[in-house]
Design a protein around this ligand. Structure first.
Ligand SMILES: [Fe+2]
Length: 307
């Protein structure tokens, strides 16, 4: 079956590899508390920018949020005179809260995610017994991207690809030659994202990864997370598709069934992320805190014996 959306993405990347004017400048801020890389990509000619996967600091013991991480992003945007067009989420994260709402208030930009967020809202809306008026149609976001949808950042061409598996709503955003791949692949020496959250699917993840691995070798790849390895003592968040073809979990010769067995067994050994309860409840609402109760306070719920 021909994959015309993937072919469009590959053409865009090849053109940007040939023409430096079509490549974004990328700046990354790494949050060592949640191991999350927030990327800012901008068009050097027009200074239009996107923010990808921002972090709202959250102290679980006190239930307090802070903007220390997001403030770094805000400072960078202001110091460089950038105009934010998009606040892009690669997926509804389970390990950190999104700062998209706070950054949108300060800087503007439409908050966007993949259209399958509706499935995520449905699954987690049930698990957390969300309020009756919690809509599960993605309307909390300004934009829901579908597979192959094109957009632009200033004069840079961009395309969104749907890459379900880690969650049903995972998206990759490709701007010029730079692919922001969320939680599909990690660094080649670390492996791949887990697929055991509600709605996750290891087989789908393998197929999504195969799509990504057929992009051009020189595609710049920016990850959402890094955790170092036993042999690597620095955090890294940038690689290439060429290097990802040697990824320890999905290199040549690993079949779909072998991957699914490995992934499923490995996921059984992983504990849930420390911040999964607050993260999911906030991120399924596009970064808004749950509706305040009659005393004006927002609460995070913990379902007992459910997750
Ligand atoms: Fe994730």
């Amino acid at each position: 079956m021909s994959d015309t959306n993937l072919a469009t993405a590959s053409r865009q990347i090849e053109q940007a590899i040939l023409n430096p004017d079509l490549r974004p400048i990328v700046q990354t801020f790494f949050d060592e508390t949640t191991f999350t890389a927030t990327h800012i990509a901008h068009d050097p000619a027009t200074l239009k920018a996107v923010i990808i996967d921002s972090v709202l600091d959250y102290d679980a013991a006190s239930g307090r949020t802070q903007n220390t991480s997001a403030q770094q992003v805000l400072n960078y945007i202001q110091e460089n005179g950038l105009t934010v067009e998009w606040q892009l989420e690669t997926h509804a994260h389970a390990d950190h809260l999104s700062a998209a709402v706070w950054l949108k208030e300060k800087l503007g930009g439409k908050i966007a995610i993949g259209e399958n967020i509706t499935h995520v809202q449905d699954v987690f809306g049930k698990i957390f017994n969300a309020e009756k008026n919690f809509s599960r149609d993605g309307s909390q976001f300004d934009k829901l991207f579908h597979d192959g949808e094109t957009f632009s950042v200033g004069r840079l061409p961009a395309i969104a690809l749907s890459v379900p598996g880690h969650t049903p709503a995972d998206m990759v955003y490709i701007i010029g030659d730079a692919a922001f791949i969320g939680d599909t692949l990690f660094m080649p020496d670390y492996g791949t994202a887990r697929a055991d959250f509600p709605g996750g699917d290891a087989r789908q993840l393998y197929r999504s990864i195969q799509r990504l691995l057929s992009l051009p070798d020189k595609t710049r790849v920016f990850l959402c997370h890094d955790y170092k390895t036993a042999d690597r003592h620095d955090f890294m968040w940038e690689t290439t598709i060429g290097d990802e073809r040697n990824n320890i979990h999905v290199h040549k010769g690993i079949s779909e069934d072998q991957f699914v067995t490995m992934r499923t067994n490995r996921d059984k050994t992983l504990s849930l992320p420390h911040l999964i309860m607050p993260s999911v409840q906030v991120n399924m609402r596009a970064g808004h805190l749950p509706e305040p109760e009659e005393n004006g306070v927002s609460y995070i719920k913990i379902p007992i014996n459910r997750m």
